[in-house]
Each structure stands twice: as structure tokens, then as C-alpha cells.
Design a protein around this ligand. Structure first.
Ligand code: SF4
Length: 366
């Protein structure tokens, strides 16, 4: 059976080349063709000998998720709904900003962690994505941004300069596949992204944070969302297994290994739940001594969420308390609201949208 080369990092490609009787340096050529140049057709890999191309065509494929829909929001945000087979859909979101373009990548179909404010969490867990399905999101985004129309180009920052593993799923619950994909993102022969421009966001799987520390130097974001265990137990149920004290100790250990600079703490702003001045003050005490930044995320409502977004004033006051205490705190701009692409609205709604798309007979792109 043909193997999907998109599942392989540099080392596995060397093993594959050796198995088919080729020199190891061919792996580097393949990596470049597949990931740097975005070529999925062996015939177009012009510096590979014809015999090797024929061998590859017999024994390998480069198989990507298929794009079911491609939305562009008024603010330039792009969202792709991707099919990964058996009726499963995931979303990938590209957010253009002045000096960068950030791609938000999914790691699982659904999620088992059931954070109570998250639409994906409400769907339950279906399966882990393969390496090909994870890195394929970056491959496809680069391709789609490269081929967008002139009109779209003028509105959209095209290049993916940053990646956040912050889409559907808990990335550390799909550890090996996610780390292999991260290795490809950082590999100079593949995507060559700087470790500072690749961020993994976790809800706090402590043993996996420790494993990541040993394996991969990417930036770490932690979904904190509450300043004490009683509240965090309600919002992020995995807290019952790995309470805040253990989580923050893992963050300290993560930062103890060079080269790592700070932890980003994400904090979703929920009206009358976790957004008071007292909560902000508690938070300041909690993170004392940890090099960190806060990203305050206005909640994006979805049906049956049971929560409301904090008022702009409450968010401003909360941020000011953190900043007056010397912490760096930014409020995330809500992006792509008109295409339901903002955080918390990611592919947890895929099934609904898939049905809607079928009804509307929106054409598939690929
Ligand atoms: S917030 Fe993240 S970890 Fe929590 S349920 Fe949603 S996808 Fe899973």
C-alpha cells in the first residue's frame, strides 16, 4: 500500500528513501519539494531522476485533506472547512495582521476535555488527526494564499508567518503526531518557521507539557481562564486532574530549559463568571515570579453556551489591574465574526455547517 509522505518528518523520509534503495540526501530534496514548494505531483519534482519519480509514484502518495469550503471575512480572515474523511470536518483559520499572518491549526476531530465555554468541547471526541492532516492544514493554507485572486490579495496578508496550535482539539492529547508536525514547521528544509513563531496552546496536560519541554522548543500558551481551582474546575474540567499549582510548576519547568522566554496565559472573558477586579487581583498573585503575558479573549457566544461575553468596560478594567501590577496584558481582537471563525467557534460547529453547506450546494474547491 502506498504511504502518504505528508506523514513523514525529515528523519522518517531518510528511512523511507533508504528502504526504497535511494541515498539519504533524496529525503532533503523531497522535503523541499513537498513543503517548501508545495508540490504534490512527483512528476513535477524536476531534480529527481525519472526512475526515482516512477518508484515514488508506485509506492507513495502526497494526500491532503480536501477543502470543502473557503470563506473570506470582511476583515481579511480566511477560514477553510476541511474534510478528513468519514464525514469528519475540521477548520483552519488564517488571520492577517499588519506585520504577520497567523494560521490557527486543529489537532483533533472534536475534543475530550469538555471545557464548558467551548463549542468544540460540546461535540465530544472523535479521533486524533494524523501528521498529514495537521501539517496538511499549513500546506493547504500556503497554497490557497498563494493562488488567491488579485482582489483577495489586496485585502489579505498572504504569507503564513506564525502558527498557533489552537484550533479544534487539545494538541498535547495527540502528542506524537503534533510534535512531528511541529518538527516539520521548524525544519529549515520544510517550512523553516522560527520557534518563537510557532505556539502550542494547551489546557494543561501537565505530564505532556514536561514531555514537550524535552522534545520541541516551541512557544507555550496555557488556557488558564480562572485564578483559582474552584472556578477552573468548572470551566476547564481537566483542572481536577492537574490543578493550578501543578500546572504553574510545569510552566516554570518549561521555562527553565533554554531557549524559552515566557508563557502566554489565555483568559477567556466571561461576564460575571471570571471577570471581576477581585479575579484580576487573584491572578496577579497567582503568577508572581513566572515570566508571562496575558491574552484576554472576549468570549464568542454560540448556541447553548450558557455564557455571555464580558462588557468592553469590564475587560478594560481587568486588563488595567494586570498592567498596573506590571504584567503584559493584551485583549485579543475578535476576528472573522461574519464567518464564525473566531476562537470558540472553530470546528465544533462543523457538522451543522457541513449540513448547511450541502443544502446550499456550495461548491467544493478540491
Ligand atoms: S478549549 Fe480546547 S481543550 Fe477545551 S474543550 Fe475546547 S478544544 Fe478542547
Amino acid at each position: 500500500m502506498a504511504v502518504n509522505l505528508l506523514n513523514y518528518d525529515g528523519k522518517s523520509l531518510v528511512d523511507f528513501c533508504t528502504e526504497i534503495g535511494e541515498k539519504p540526501f533524496r529525503a532533503r530534496q523531497l522535503l523541499r519539494w513537498i513543503h517548501q514548494f508545495g508540490i504534490a505531483d512527483f512528476d513535477l519534482m524536476s531534480d529527481l531522476a525519472k526512475g526515482l519519480r516512477e518508484k515514488l509514484a508506485e509506492q507513495a502518495v502526497i494526500e491532503l485533506p480536501s477543502i470543502m469550503s473557503d470563506y473570506a471575512a470582511a476583515d481579511g480572515t480566511r477560514k477553510w472547512l476541511l474534510s478528513v474523511g468519514a464525514g469528519n470536518g475540521i477548520e483552519t483559520v488564517f488571520i492577517p495582521e499588519n506585520s504577520r499572518g497567523t494560521l490557527c491549526i486543529s489537532s483533533q476531530v472534536g475534543c475530550a476535555l469538555a471545557c464548558t465555554f467551548c463549542s468544540t468541547g460540546k461535540q465530544g471526541f472523535n479521533r486524533n488527526l494524523t501528521v498529514a492532516e495537521i501539517i496538511g492544514q499549513l500546506w493547504l493554507a500556503n497554497k490557497m494564499l498563494e493562488t488567491c485572486s488579485d482582489d483577495a490579495k489586496s485585502q489579505t496578508k498572504r504569507a503564513v508567518t506564525n502558527v498557533v496550535m489552537m484550533g479544534m482539539g487539545e494538541p498535547l492529547a495527540n502528542f506524537e503526531n503534533v510534535v512531528t508536525a511541529l518538527d516539520l514547521m521548524l525544519d529549515d528544509h520544510a517550512y523553516g518557521l522560527s520557534r518563537r513563531r510557532v505556539t502550542l496552546s494547551t489546557s494543561g496536560l501537565v505530564p505532556a507539557i514536561d514531555r514537550l519541554r524535552e522534545r520541541c522548543p516551541v512557544a507555550l500558551a496555557v488556557s488558564l481562564h480562572a485564578p483559582n481551582d474552584m472556578l477552573r474546575d468548572q470551566l476547564v474540567p481537566i483542572n481536577k486532574k492537574y490543578p493550578i499549582k501543578e500546572l504553574l510548576a510545569a510552566c516554570q519547568r518549561y521555562l527553565s530549559v533554554a531557549p524559552r522566554d515566557f508563557i502566554t496565559f489565555e483568559y477567556v472573558m466571561l461576564d460575571d463568571v471570571n471577570d471581576s477586579v477581585a479575579h484580576a487581583r487573584e491572578l496577579v498573585k497567582l503568577v508572581q515570579g513566572i515570566p508571562c503575558k496575558f491574552n484576554l479573549i472576549p468570549f464568542n457566544s454560540f448556541s447553548d453556551s450558557g455564557y455571555k461575553r464580558s462588557s468592553a468596560e469590564a475587560i478594560r478594567v481587568f486588563r488595567d489591574v494586570l498592567m498596573h501590577a506590571g504584567l503584559i496584558a493584551t485583549v485579543r481582537k475578535t476576528r472573522g465574526d461574519d464567518i464564525a471563525a473566531a476562537c470558540g467557534q472553530l470546528a465544533g460547529q462543523v457538522k451543522d455547517k457541513t449540513h448547511r453547506l450541502t443544502r446550499l450546494k456550495i461548491e467544493t474547491v478540491q
